[in-house]
Write a protein that binds this ligand. Structure first.
Ligand SMILES: [Zn+2]
Length: 96
């Protein structure tokens, strides 16, 4: 059941249409580093509030970021998650 929030698919027929809309709205700039998107560094759809932390596909939770910026943000969120998930465990995260 929905919680009243409209998901992007209520507005757009596909993810491609969403991306086109966001490119226009963001002036072709990454919302994290404010640099423009290029052919070699195209936009990816990012969840401003991550899905893993209760974020949704609602239109106001989506923004475009470079893949690198997106991953950078994700890893920062991941670090927070790891901090409390490893609290009882040994820190042998490194694998071969
Ligand atoms: Zn960026």
């Amino acid at each position: 059941m929905r919680k009243g929030k409209l998901l992007y698919l209520d507005y757009f027929g596909s993810k491609q249409e969403l991306v086109q809309h966001l490119i226009t709205q963001q002036d072709n700039q990454c919302y994290l580093c404010m640099e423009p998107f290029t052919k070699g560094d195209p936009p990816t759809v990012d969840h401003i509030y991550p899905l893993s932390r209760g974020g949704t596909w609602a239109i106001d939770n989506l923004a475009l970021a470079h893949r690198v910026c997106n991953q950078d943000k994700d890893s920062r969120v991941l670090q927070c998650v790891l901090q409390w998930s490893v609290s009882g465990q040994a820190r042998n995260v490194r694998t071969v």
